[in-house]
Design a protein around this ligand. Structure first.
Ligand code: ASP
Ligand code: MG
Length: 412
């Protein structure tokens, strides 16, 4: 049997009781003859608490020290889990990110894994031990402790699975898989049994929140088979892998939404590629991420430009635009709050005209006005009014048959 990487999130190891439960689950996997490498997050809300504590001392915390502080959260959970496994008679060892050989770049608080020097992990596996690695952290070539960004333990798990050529990477969390829509909005939402990396990537990025998008990207790159399941129940989760067939089947696997959307509208903007370049170069220099872009006319001297940014970036965007109003020669900019993004996700969407038509049919019956649209091979997203969001999600879910569809067979 090969190596299985199991990752347990904060709520899964949120108390002593939970840690003992997780230890049992790991033992079951080990007893089936697998080598097990475990990755854990910090217990419960402890990362949030560490951040709050630091903020009581100072509002602007140096990133290096923040990483030092936050890396301690995972050290608590790895050692407690190792203690639990040992108390049950199993040989286990906890390793920090650096002991596990997780080498990152030096972008504190958002570091990327560059390489895993897995020799120490392999030595302990060869000794028959269960290896428990701290998620979310690594070390630079200069010996500095880094963290991978919030939710980064998923990425640690996938990177380890890739490096160790594991048979499977199991992500255990507090939900039992990836759903076709948010069950709080669509009670008939169904668990997706099987999906591709690209679909998961869209769902993860668009706000399904179950998996760190970087983890999915890494899994796709190294072909790591992934499952997302609950550590609180035994039901089967969602399986994520590359498509099996030679040609894609088409279908929608889910409806997602994101409320962190603000529309920036610029009126009477000179129509030309050079000014557009100046505008977006300005935003780029301030690292403002733009999602949708819309231009109202193509052949008049003046046009209206709108684009979307996150709530966090809105103030900075407006300031920058006001400061550069004269240089960019436009006369008015404002921000429209109360917008939301709703998307349908599935393989090969854009090559199926009936899908787009059906999307508009759903919006028409739900009486939803579309403000902006963009699409890719595997998703179609629309900006609508946040007030109509729930209704839009429900109508789309029903229109595409997701209330009743056996989602496992979509791609087979
Ligand atoms: N403990 C870190 C966080 O809360 C990393 C993780 O949970 O994946 O963001
Ligand atoms: Mg998480």
């Amino acid at each position: 049997m090969g190596i299985i990487v199991q990752k347990f999130g904060g709520t899964s190891v949120g108390s002593v009781e939970r840690i003992l439960k997780v230890a049992e689950q790991i033992i079951t996997t080990k007893q089936k003859g697998n080598d097990v490498v475990v990755v854990v997050s910090a217990m419960g809300k402890s990362t949030d608490l560490l951040i709050e504590t630091a903020k009581q001392i100072c509002a602007e915390i140096p990133n290096r020290e923040m990483d030092m502080l936050l890396s301690t959260g995972e050290l608590v959970s790895i050692s407690l889990l190792a203690i639990a496994l040992r108390s049950k008679g199993f040989s286990a060892i906890s390793l920090t990110g650096w002991q596990a050989g997780i080498l990152t770049d030096s972008f504190h608080s958002q570091a990327r894994i560059e390489h895993v020097n897995n020799s120490k992990i392999l030595t302990h596996i060869d000794m028959g031990q269960i290896v428990i690695v701290a998620g979310f952290q690594g070390i630079t070539t200069f010996g500095e402790v880094t963290t991978l960004g919030r939710g980064g333990s998923d990425t640690t798990a996938v990177a380890l699975a890739a490096s160790l050529n594991a048979d499977l990477c199991e992500i255990y969390t507090d939900v039992d898989g990836v759903y076709s829509a948010d069950p709080r909005i669509v009670p008939s939402a169904r668990k997706i049994k099987r999906m591709t990396y690209d679909e998961m990537l869209e769902l993860a990025t668009l706000g399904a929140g179950v998996l760190h998008p970087r983890a999915v990207r890494c899994a796709k790159k190294y072909n790591v088979r992934l499952t997302v399941a609950s550590s609180f129940s035994n039901v089967q989760g969602t399986f994520i892998e590359e498509e099996a067939g030679m040609e894609k089947d088409y279908g929608i696997c889910g409806v997602t939404y994101n409320e962190d959307v603000v529309m920036i509208k610029i009126e009477n903007f000179p129509n030309g590629a050079d000014v557009l370049y100046s505008l977006f170069a300005l935003l780029m220099q301030s690292k403002i991420t733009v999602d949708f872009i819309n231009q109202s006319s193509n052949d008049l001297p003046l046009t209206n430009i709108s684009f979307t940014v996150s709530k966090e970036d809105t103030k900075r965007t407006l300031e920058l635009l006001e400061e550069n109003k004269e240089r960019l020669e436009f006369n008015k900019v404002n921000a429209e709050f109360g917008a939301a993004k709703v998307s349908i996700v599935g393989t090969g969407l854009i090559s199926e005209p009936e899908i787009i038509a059906n999307m508009f049919k759903a919006f028409a019956s739900a009486n939803v006005l579309i403000k902006m649209i963009n699409s890719s091979e595997i998703k179609i997203s629309c900006i609508i009014s946040a007030e109509r969001l729930e209704t839009a999600v429900q109508y789309l879910h029903t229109t595409f048959g997701l209330d009743t569809k056996e989602i496992a067979v979509v791609h087979r």
